[in-house]
Write a protein that binds this ligand. Structure first.
Ligand SMILES: *Cc1c(COP(=O)(O)O)cnc(C)c1O
Length: 394
């Protein structure tokens, strides 16, 4: 029924699984037959405070019963307050532009970089260096910024110029020329395989770029908002980028994106905008999410959960050394390198049958992005089910 509706009326851009989820409580989902699933995906790193979060739902209802939307032609109190929280928690002197998604946040970042390149140098600079295996979004510009040739399909050409892809952080130094205005990277590549970069390499790069007056844009659409255990992965790496983008986990499921920058005066009135960006509803929801997670971090619970999740992950990998090659990632942005792509596909589908949702990243990485508020009981149950799945494969 749902499958038929979907196939008839929804554009088929996703390879979908036709389970019909009806209810969620923290990291547990229930389908229409009341079967439960442990959610190790949190909707690709989005539902950071869990499903059915009462506090977030109440904040949304309260706001929805009052004002959902005016427009950015008027000041919006929850937007201003959320921007203040982001500045405070990032521990940087920054201001924020609100968008509605990760790709849109990255578009905003690229626009800031382009204008900086137009106005701050004698000769215009516009090139942005990104990395291979990166992922920056699906709009025409951000898909071109994405360092995966397979995503630059001729079907959608021509793409905007001005992107260059490097294989390694070290290569960036040689790639910079007198047209380079920015380097845009993830600190932990998410879609590319849950691959963190070395802190030392990132700090060196940040220092070098600063000396050159080239902008460092950190795409924290996936790694931001406590996913790595700190408010920002940039905090974990102890760098102060020129621009940081956020989205996925920020709204707890309500669409929101953010461009956070210390360059507060590059954009002037009229340079950029969004009808929905930062509206009452999304910023009220995100404010509550950030408050909940700030408290969760300060109480030590987030660190405890990370340590517990990690120990379970280590146990699992030890039991299946021929299938599970190594653990990757940081915080609750974790992955397991799997022997090969076929085994990975088999694990994901078996895991679903056993009642645990997991993700793929890159060619051969099993990706785990549970809600940050996942309970120990849910972690235990999820790993038990994952082990059941593995035992049926090996
Ligand atoms: C998911 C993701 C994006 C794209 O976000 P959308 O909200 O899907 O547009 C961009 N960058 C990174 C690092 C992501 O993980």
């Amino acid at each position: 029924m749902l499958e038929q509706l979907d196939k008839q009326f929804v554009l088929q851009t996703y390879k979908r699984n036709y389970v019909n989820f009806k209810k969620g409580i923290n990291a547990t989902l229930f389908d229409e037959t009341d079967r439960d699933y442990i959610d190790f995906t949190s909707g690709i790193g989005v539902v950071s405070v869990g499903h059915g979060n009462k506090e977030v739902a109440d904040a949304i209802c309260k706001q929805a019963n009052n004002i959902i939307h005016i427009s950015n032609l008027y000041a919006i109190e929850p937007q201003a307050k959320l921007a203040e929280k982001i500045a405070k928690l990032s521990e940087m002197d920054v201001a924020t532009f609100f968008a509605n998604s990760g790709a849109e946040a990255n578009e905003g970042a690229i626009k800031i970089a382009r204008k900086y390149g137009e106005t701050k140098f004698d000769k215009k600079r516009y090139k942005v260096i990104t990395l291979e295996h990166s992922f920056h979004g699906r709009t025409i510009t951000t898909v071109k910024a994405t360092g995966q040739a397979s995503m630059h399909s001729p079907n959608f050409a021509p793409y905007p110029d001005g992107f260059k892809y490097d294989a390694r952080i070290d290569d960036i130094y040689n790639s910079i020329d007198d047209e380079t205005v920015a380097v845009m990277i993830e600190l932990v590549q998410g879609e590319g395989g849950v691959q963190p970069f070395e802190k030392k390499d990132i700090q060196e790069l940040a220092k070098f770029l600063k000396e050159q007056g080239i902008l460092l844009i950190i795409d924290e659409v996936q790694s931001g908002v406590y996913r790595t255990g700190e408010f920002l992965a940039s905090n974990l790496y102890e760098i102060e980028p020129d621009i940081i983008t956020l989205a996925k986990g920020l709204g707890g499921g309500v669409p929101i994106g953010a461009v956070v920058t210390k360059h507060k005066d590059i954009f002037e009135a009229g340079d950029h905008g969004s009808t929905f960006g930062g509206n009452y509803l999304s910023t009220a929801a995100a404010s509550k999410v950030v408050d909940i997670l700030d408290e969760y971090k300060n109480s030590g619970q987030l660190d405890e959960t990370i340590i517990y999740f990690d120990s379970k992950l280590n146990e699992l990998i030890k039991k299946y050394p021929e299938l599970l090659l190594e653990k990757v990632g940081v915080g609750l942005m974790k992955g397991i390198r799997i022997k090969d792509a076929d085994s990975l596909a088999a694990i994901i589908s078996k895991a679903f049958e056993e009642g645990v949702l997991v993700l793929r990243a890159g060619k051969n990485t099993l990706r785990l992005l549970p809600p940050l508020t996942i309970s120990k009981k849910e972690i235990d149950e999820g790993f038990k089910r994952l082990e059941n799945a593995l035992s049926k494969i090996s």
